[in-house]
Design a protein. Structure first.
Lengths: 258, 305, 371
């Protein structure tokens, strides 16, 4: 069952794009991000990788309004959204997850999703229905009414993704969803991520350290190190790129051979 | 004219010193426990009442207040250190992991408790006590008359601040306290003993309260069971204005509030003067709206996304 | 999953049960209040009637407090300002011109007129709501603790101004001559109204959105929620009820004094809410009930207790002392408050969901505040 988004009267269109041009973020003289440009399309799974501290989360924060870029523009579907507040971007179709998950702990799982749906303008009843639909799709409806802080770690992360999906996003930004998951849980995650673009008609930006997940689901990958772009291409191209191997994959062990 | 300005300035700095010391007492505990200790004003009050013989009589008889100055000072400090440590042990330690609002209400309750205890023992009538009456006498600095007490207040405050800075930067336990203020959990993992650090914070807080009590009583000459309330209110506000979690902010906030208080008193036309408290709070509101994190922003309290 | 529930026949009876189940919490709380009032009325005890009226007025106040603090998680200290504004507004509207002329010097439209009681009450409640809307716009943008202090600053400003505004408030003196009409039935009516409004609010998407901001403001913003706007809504609604509490107080005592709207009642109302459990409506009501009962008991003890023929009288201040000790003890053992964020449980078993007339009801082993 395909989901079309109706927030702000904008439906998910097949030629939707999310672009960031020449983004730089400076903290007290240090460049956390230095002239990075990315462009992603609807229904694409776009990976963002790089060593720790490379600036990946900062970039996501820029895209989702939590960080103002010192320079550069962010454009969503042709509209300049640079500097927009997070809640406005949420309503505009950009949803994200957090490394720290940040669930609404005292609320039941289903309300965690309802909140996000309500945030995009739905009434309570429709929000509830959408929340349950998504939980069902994720095979999680049996825990819908459990309080969020009773969940084990892996399930917390799933709910975080579900919450972002409840916004019927045009673009979904996942910040290290596989962190701390077992191999089996990773496989399950990969299945979920690869089914999202078609089901929700959106693009997915995936930040990850887990190479198996990245290589397994991404159509294209962008690599940054110390705030600068060092490569972009398909998984095969990236794996063969000597710069990337040197900066990142080379220092890692078995996981680099996906 | 110059005389008035300087006198007002000294007044302001002296009052600011008292607020700064009180704010510091609150700030120290907030730093290690995220607790806003509303009972701090009542610690001060208890310290003041310790000077007289416990009785409900109208006329107060000096008890500790009659002892020679050095012994008096040390005794009151000791009394308040005990009171502060006891409060921590009984009221706050069991609630250490509770919500900030719970901690706040607990400190309210403690404040209530102390006030009513004193009320029961000493009665509600304000009592006059002469503590070091000679200090009110002014001293001639050039052509300007300045009460000795103001000079003493300012110098004592300065001295304490310097000592505190040295303590926090140079001693082992001081460094541990600063670490615990930044990140309590992490400090514990690194071997800092939470209980000890918190106890030290309370002890210092008690010391500061004792100093304020003595200076305040010397200045006003009266005791009343609600005397701690305006002090803690203004000091609390000062802590927020200065930037919660920052000790230098607390001190700065204390001076800002003290100076604003005297300033408004001095410059407002007579009929508006009654409302000078309102002006001070109006200023505070303004500061908060312009700089919501307070004058000295503290990194540790800002959340990472 | 919920299909089993959906298969149940959609008869009028089933729908009615669903509605009752949806409104279960305020229904039970209202019935509890009604039962208490009926018992006191039947006993004919005038003193007890006054005590319970007082408690019901406090209920309106604390429910008002809960609407904001419980849902937003922002611990406001300045709420009594709204009670102050409402109370004196009630006096301005309803006192007879004759009585006004003794103490006050109001503009002609107020000085020469006396308006009907009920409309006056409503307008007197709306006035603090308006003030809240105005001061709330900048204040709700502040972080938790800064917002708390800012609301306190607002209270301090109003308190100081009202204390000195002799012509409108009679300054620091007691203003008397306010028409007395609030008895326990009227107080109960307002309390029940407050319960239903608070409950409906927390069920709407606004209440839900605000609770999310309480849990994690960053995630809430990412979810599309405008935090200052949501807080402002709750702040204004809450100010209305606190204003009404002031109105009821004025028409209950027949007198007002600015000093009665300062730290004592601030502490007491916050204590009631937090002891009962600030995260649920039931918590607010339980808190008022419990603390009022304790205060009453302690007052009796302070007045003199007879033990084995000997009367023990305790010195003034014992009542407050006892309350303070009790509060600390309760908080140590139930740090989330007595209700711990739960509402009134639905006693008839049953499983997950029932859809009724557009509302969704959820029942799980735990019944969190939102349902």
């Amino acid at each position: 069952m395909a989901q079309t988004a109706l927030q702000s009267g904008v439906a998910n269109t097949p030629d939707d794009t999310l672009e960031a041009f020449d983004i730089s973020v400076h903290f007290e003289g240090l460049a956390a991000i230095d002239n990075v440009t990315i462009a992603m399309k609807n229904k694409e799974v776009f990976g963002l990788i790089g060593p720790n501290g490379a600036g990946k989360t900062t970039l996501v924060n820029v895209l989702t309004g939590f960080q103002k870029p010192t320079q550069g523009r962010v454009v969503l579907g042709g509209k300049d959204i640079t500097g927009w507040a997070p809640h406005k971007l949420g309503r505009g179709g950009l949803a994200r997850t957090f490394q720290a998950v940040r669930l609404f702990r005292d609320l039941p799982v289903v309300e965690n999703l309802e909140v996000a749906a309500v945030g995009t303008g739905l009434g309570r009843r429709e929000a509830s229905k959408r929340a349950l639909d998504i939980l069902k799709w994720m095979n999680f409806e049996q825990k819908a009414f459990d309080q969020a802080d009773t969940l084990p770690y892996g399930e917390e992360r799933r709910v975080g993704i579900g919450r972002a999906l409840a916004m019927s996003p045009r673009f979904l930004l996942l910040d290290e969803p596989a962190a701390g998951l077992s191999d089996a849980e990773c496989d399950e995650l990969m299945g979920v991520i690869s089914r999202i673009p078609d089901r929700f008609e959106c693009g997915v930006l995936l930040i990850e350290h887990n190479m198996r997940v990245i290589m397994g689901v991404c159509h294209r990958i962008h690599v940054i190190d110390s705030g600068k772009t060092i490569a972009e291409g398909t998984p095969d191209e990236i794996q063969a790129n000597p710069e990337v191997i040197r900066a990142y994959l080379g220092s890692k062990s078995e996981e680099s051979r996906a | 004219m110059l005389q008035t300005i300087i006198q007002n300035a000294v007044d302001a700095i002296s009052l600011g010193s008292l607020f700064a010391l009180t704010a510091l007492g609150i700030g120290l505990i907030f730093g290690v426990m995220r607790l806003i200790n509303f009972a701090h004003g009542d610690f001060i009050m208890v310290g003041a009442y310790a000077l007289i013989v416990p009785s409900a009589a109208d006329a107060a008889m000096m008890f500790i207040g009659a002892w020679p100055a050095p012994i008096l000072v040390i005794s009151i400090i000791s009394v308040l250190i005990v009171v502060a440590l006891a409060s921590e042990r009984v009221a706050f330690r069991p609630l250490r992991t509770a919500d900030p609002s719970i901690l706040l209400i607990t400190s309210f309750a403690l404040s209530f408790f102390l006030q009513n205890l004193v009320l029961m023992v000493y009665s509600g009538r304000p009592k006059g006590i002469p503590l070091w009456p000679n200090l009110i006498k002014p001293v001639l600095v050039g052509e300007i008359r300045i009460p000795q007490l103001h000079i003493i207040t300012i110098s004592v405050t300065l001295g304490l601040l310097i000592l505190l800075v040295l303590f926090l930067k140079r001693t082992a336990i001081g460094i541990q306290m600063r670490a615990a203020s930044e990140d309590f959990r992490m400090a514990q993992l690194l071997g800092v003993r939470g209980n000890r650090v918190i106890a030290v914070a309370f002890a210092i807080s008690g010391l500061l309260a004792a100093v304020v009590a003595l200076l305040f009583v010397a200045q006003t000459g009266t005791l009343s069971y609600k005397m701690g309330v305006p002090l803690v209110l203004f000091a609390f506000v000062a802590t927020v204005v200065g930037g919660m979690g920052s000790l230098s902010g607390a001190v700065l906030g204390g001076f800002v509030v003290g100076i604003a208080s005297v300033l408004f008193q001095a410059i407002l036309p007579a009929d508006m003067r009654l409302n000078d408290d309102a002006w001070v709070f109006g200023l505070i509101l303004l500061i908060l709206l312009v700089r919501p994190t307070g004058l000295v922003a503290v990194k540790a309290l800002q959340e990472r996304v | 999953m919920s299909d089993a529930a959906m298969d149940r026949p959609d008869t009028a009876a089933v729908r009615m049960v669903a509605v009752v189940r949806f409104f279960w919490t305020p229904i039970v709380l209202a019935l509890f209040g009604l039962a208490a009032v009926v018992i006191v009325w039947a006993s004919g005890d005038g003193v007890l009637a006054r005590t319970i009226t007082d408690a019901l007025i406090r209920t309106v106040l604390v429910i008002g407090l809960y609407i904001f603090i419980g849902n937003s998680g922002v611990l406001a200290f300045g709420h009594i300002a709204f009670m102050l504004i409402g109370g004196y507004a009630a006096a301005w509207f309803t006192m007879s011109p004759f009585k006004k002329s003794f103490a006050l010097d109001l503009p002609p439209i107020l000085a020469n007129n006396e308006f009907p009681l009920f409309p006056s009450a409503v307008v007197a409640g709306l006035l603090p709501a308006l003030v809240a809307a105005i001061v709330g716009i900048p204040i709700m943008r502040l972080s938790g603790i800064a917002a708390s202090i800012a609301t306190f600053a607002v209270l301090a400003i109003f308190y100081t101004v009202y204390s000195n505004w002799d012509s409108w408030t009679f300054g620091a003196s007691t203003l008397v001559g306010i028409p007395i009409y609030v008895n326990m039935w009227i107080a109960l009516a307002w309390a029940v109204f407050a319960m239903f409004v608070a409950y409906i609010y927390q069920q709407t998407k606004f209440g839900l959105a605000l609770r999310a901001t309480r849990e994690d403001p960053i995630a809430a913003r990412a979810a599309g929620i405008n935090i200052p706007v949501q807080r402002l809504i709750a702040f204004v609604v809450s100010a209305f009820f606190m204003g009404i509490a002031g109105v009821l107080q004025a028409h209950f005592l027949g007198s007002l004094i600015v000093n009665g709207f300062w730290l004592g009642i601030t502490f007491l109302s916050l204590a009631m809410l937090i002891i009962g459990g600030q995260r649920s409506l039931t918590g607010a009501v339980v808190g008022v009930t419990m603390v009022s009962t304790i205060v009453e008991l302690l007052r009796q003890v302070e007045a003199g207790v007879e033990v084995a023929g000997v009367i023990f009288e305790l010195p003034g201040g014992f009542q407050e002392l006892g309350l303070a000790v009790l509060m600390i003890v309760i908080l140590i053992y139930r740090p989330a408050g007595i209700m711990g964020g739960l509402e009134v449980p639905w006693p008839f078993g049953g499983n997950r969901r029932v859809l009724a007339g557009g509302f969704t009801i959820v029942h799980a082993e735990r019944t969190p505040a939102s349902e």
